[in-house]
Design a protein around this ligand. Structure first.
Ligand SMILES: [Mg+2]
Length: 315
């Protein structure tokens, strides 16, 4: 099995080889650049110094509770100069996929407001929210059945929706059942979402599985879900096409999660740098439980350490 290189333990020559081995660098945000939008010490300096070295710096996040515009503003407030096209989120890959699939019919979105707004801004119609229904009103629930059966939809989107309830899931099932050619789009299959010391909270995975089980039980004949966030193929395709990546080995992908970030890098044949400032700790490397090709090429404690190495070589 390939050995992992801790950047701070390498001789200066190999550290320099590392910085010269890529032209473009993608950063995950949560756990890499910041925690709850508070920058990790040294991260801002690190990004700016990489830009000074002439590197193309971009960002890839699965967080869809903020629009790319919101993220851009947070980056700028932190002192990172970026442009809107530099930021990739699942909404962008979703729109990329909807365009490629020629989807123009309305969408049923179980998603945060930010996601819905971004879809509306891109010209997509979103079906209205399903109102809460009292459980003693079965006839009212069945009216939703009739309405869903008659409605043509382009896609059902299931993202982290904090207002998800029985009726929304039931209606999603009906839309998927009666629109077998529609897309069933899922942001991520994360089981949990980090929310600080009181967390984590359960994430999208369980709700996707619930809908899949409902479709299975009802013998619905339709395509399975398509994941749009990391580590999906759609995300990798979007990145390669949008940033004109012709030599994937000249790309460095930096993340704090093996299953999300390192897996994305593996799919895209990018170089992999794992930081230990978020999801993964050293034990994840010592007790390796993932496919071998997810193994990072390099590891750094955090972007502060990466910045110290960069300064020691180039200042
Ligand atoms: Mg992360």
């Amino acid at each position: 099995m390939k050995s992992v290189k801790f950047l701070n333990e390498l001789p200066a020559k190999e550290q320099k080889d590392f910085f010269e081995s890529f032209d473009t660098i993608f950063f995950d945000l949560d756990g890499v650049i910041w925690h709850s939008y508070v920058p990790i010490p040294g991260a801002v300096d690190c990004l700016n110094n990489l830009k000074k070295l002439g590197k193309n710096v971009h960002f890839v996040t699965n967080n869809s509770t903020k629009t790319c515009q919101n993220i851009l503003e947070i980056l700028k407030t932190a002192g990172i100069n970026a442009d809107l096209p530099d930021i990739v989120n699942p909404l962008k890959t979703m729109i990329f996929l909807l365009k490629k699939s020629n989807v123009t019919d309305p969408l049923y979105a179980m998603a945060p407001k930010a996601s819905k707004n971004e879809l509306l801004e891109n010209g997509y119609k979103i079906l209205p929210e399903t109102p809460h229904v009292d459980m003693d009103q079965i006839p009212e629930i069945l009216l939703h059945h009739d309405q869903a059966k008659e409605q043509t939809i382009g896609a059902v989107l299931l993202d982290l929706d904090l207002n998800l309830d029985y009726m929304k899931v039931q209606k999603a099932f009906w839309y998927l059942k009666y629109n077998p050619n529609s897309l069933f789009l899922v942001n991520s299959m994360d089981k949990t979402a980090p929310v600080g010391p009181k967390g984590p909270i359960f994430a999208t995975y369980y709700f996707v599985e619930c809908l899949r089980e409902m479709l299975r039980v009802d013998n619905v004949n339709r395509g399975d879900f398509i994941q749009i966030g990391k580590p999906s193929q759609v995300m990798v395709d979007y990145i390669k096409e949008t940033f004109n990546i012709s030599q994937s080995n000249r790309v460095m992908f930096v993340g704090d999660s093996i299953e999300s970030d390192m897996a994305t890098a593996a799919k895209g044949d990018f170089q992999k740098l794992l930081v230990l400032s978020g999801t993964e700790k050293r034990e994840s490397l010592d007790n390796w439980g993932y496919p071998d090709n997810y193994k990072p090429d390099f590891v750094a404690e955090d972007l502060g350490v990466l910045n110290d190495i960069l300064k020691s070589l180039y200042d």
